[in-house]
Design a protein around this ligand. Structure first.
Ligand code: SF4
Ligand code: SF4
Length: 376
């Protein structure tokens, strides 16, 4: 997007008009609070960075759900990466994963103990590393369906060396939205769906979810006006009791999505039940390699002993971390007693403070719902 195009989505006059309409619809709904959930780290970054919450009505809560792929990578999955690195296998992964705590150790801790870890920017780069070494190389693959497509495409590109395999911790968002929406005590009245992911899966994917749980869903882009327009549309659907899906990101998302990308994704991966860190055991929440690719599956190729890691003491403050509750929409970062004091981006205790897409980290960087009442 060029500068001029970007300005169209950051126009203060349009933002003000949308803000006024949001206030109007919220007062028509009249409840306090009205709770909408988004499920994307980039949405939270935009909301916090542009201070959008400061202009929202007091009875409207826009909360972040399980939208950070790093934060929801489960402890035993991190343990598997750590165990492999300590076993002498070269573990390649994205930089954000290094400081994410496992049960007792992170990949950074593993490196400090002589573990073999390398940061890569793509699965293809990990394959390239494998080509140049005789070591066993494992790509620790994290991220949602958007990122899983990249992993699948790298495998399908062919010529994968024999010393390369995948440790898949990829996750699939739609079933997690369903679980979070139906958790006891959930206040969620509608979802903002992530535009990136919907560009792959299509907005139509959300139709059954909206019908089954009688909950509107609006696909949103990432510029401030995209988000404000999507919030307004979602509020209108809530007010009118219309449990529909609306696509407010049509410049990137279609109803059917990116069919070639979906083909690649489902050719390589299939769904299985799996834990999302601190949230729940989610049926169909994990993406695992199909049996056709068993020869590339690190879990099948290596004896991964994570139990020996459990004798190390976990971080002394880990028990106080409420990342899971934050991602389930039950509380916000400032409700955590460690937030900004004993848990900071430089010394994170939980995964939500590690990743650039984690709610605690984003709130530390930009402020979540700053009180500007005294600024005027
Ligand atoms: S991968 Fe893209 S769509 Fe998914 S949470 Fe991250 S930024 Fe949002
Ligand atoms: S502030 Fe730190 S300890 Fe508290 S929930 Fe966030 S990541 Fe966990």
């Amino acid at each position: 997007m060029n500068d001029l195009q970007q300005l169209r989505f950051r126009d203060p006059a349009r933002a003000e008009a949308l803000g006024e309409a949001i206030h109007e619809v919220c007062s028509e709904i009249g409840r306090d609070p009205i709770t909408l959930m988004h499920v994307c780290g980039s949405h939270e970054q935009a909301i916090a960075r542009f201070g959008l919450r400061t202009g929202l009505p007091k009875n409207l809560d826009v909360i972040m759900g399980p939208g950070c792929p790093v934060c929801i990578t489960d402890l035993p999955e991190v343990d598997e990466g750590v165990a492999l690195a300590l076993q002498g296998v070269k573990v390649c992964t994205y930089g954000d994963m290094l400081r994410v705590p496992g049960t007792s150790l992170s990949l950074n801790d593993a490196m400090a103990r002589g573990g073999n870890v390398a940061v890569v920017y793509s699965p293809s780069q990990a394959i390239e590393i494998a080509r140049k070494t005789e070591e066993q190389v494992v790509f620790f693959a994290t991220g949602f369906e958007t990122t899983a497509v990249t992993t699948a495409a790298a495998l399908l590109a062919g010529d994968v060396p024999e010393n390369f395999s995948i440790l898949s911790a990829h996750k699939y968002i739609p079933p997690a939205m369903e679980i979070v929406a139906t958790m006891p005590g959930s206040r969620i009245e509608g979802f903002l769906a992530a535009g990136h992911a919907a560009a792959i899966t299509g907005s139509g994917l959300f139709e059954p979810l909206a019908r089954k749980h009688r909950m509107p869903i609006v696909v949103a882009g990432f510029e401030p006006l995209d988000i404000l327009a999507a919030v307004l549309e979602l509020l209108v659907l809530v007010r009118d009791g219309r449990n529909e899906v609306a696509n407010l990101y049509p410049r990137c998302v279609s109803a059917q999505g990116n069919l070639p990308a979906q083909k690649i994704l489902w050719q390589v991966f299939e769904l299985e039940q799996g834990w999302w860190r601190g949230i729940a055991d989610i049926p169909d929440g994990n993406l695992r390699l199909r049996d056709t690719y068993a020869h590339l599956d690190a879990r099948k190729r290596f004896d991964i002993d994570i139990k020996k890691l459990w004798s190390h003491a976990p971080h002394e403050l880990a028990a106080q971390c409420v990342c899971g509750d934050i991602m389930a929409g039950k509380c916000q970062p400032t409700d955590c007693g460690l937030y900004g004091t004993k848990c900071t981006p430089d010394a994170p205790v939980g995964a939500c403070m590690v990743s650039s897409e984690g709610a605690c980290r984003i709130w530390q960087q930009y402020g979540g719902r700053p009180d500007l009442s005294e600024v005027g």
